[in-house]
Design a protein around this ligand. Structure first.
Ligand SMILES: [Zn+2]
Length: 169
């Protein structure tokens, strides 16, 4: 997902189907109608707490934020597949994944865990950001050590990267 100062500037990179919904002018804000995060000063925030120039006549618009749009469309940008997981680590690992991705979400509302699909010794974890998947994989390697990590980066634009972590028995 593109982000940063110039990502998602109104008029420059509108969401499909919402071309004219961004308020014009500097003071406007845009809410995600799915998760309620809010876009102002060229990036997404959890709320308006840091918005210092609130006017009563503030222009307000509603769209679907890039993270929710990705989830609604059944897409993801990062995928981590854990295989051969010993039964004893599964619960801890699940807690680690939730805690780690929640911290990332608190820092940036577009960084999200989409799902953990569990099937016995295999977990498939999807995220809205490939960097989040990469950091999560590094964290898992740091904590569990006896793992083998394989990364395949998405090369084309917006292509998801894929990380496999095999537990060594
Ligand atoms: Zn949203």
């Amino acid at each position: 997902m593109k982000r940063g100062r110039n990502a998602y500037t109104p008029g420059q990179r509108p969401l499909r189907g919402h071309t004219n919904e961004f308020p014009k002018g500097k003071g406007g804000v845009v809410f995600c109608k799915v998760c309620n995060i809010v876009y102002f000063k060229k990036s997404w925030h959890h709320n308006l707490r840091r918005h210092k120039n609130l006017h009563e006549d503030l222009a307000v618009a509603f769209v679907v934020c890039p993270a929710c749009a990705m989830i609604q469309n059944g897409k993801y940008e990062g995928r981590v597949v854990l295989t051969n997981m010993p039964p004893l680590v599964r619960e801890n690992l699940e807690n680690l994944i939730h805690a780690f991705t929640h911290r990332a979400y608190q820092r940036d509302p577009l960084d999200r865990l989409i799902a953990i699909k569990k099937q016995n010794a295999t977990f498939e974890i999807t995220t809205t950001e490939n960097q989040l998947a990469a950091k999560l994989a590094k964290k898992i390697k740091d904590v569990y050590k006896k793992v083998r990590v394989n990364v395949s980066y998405g090369h084309a634009k917006d292509k998801a990267s894929e990380i496999t972590i095999a537990f060594l028995s």
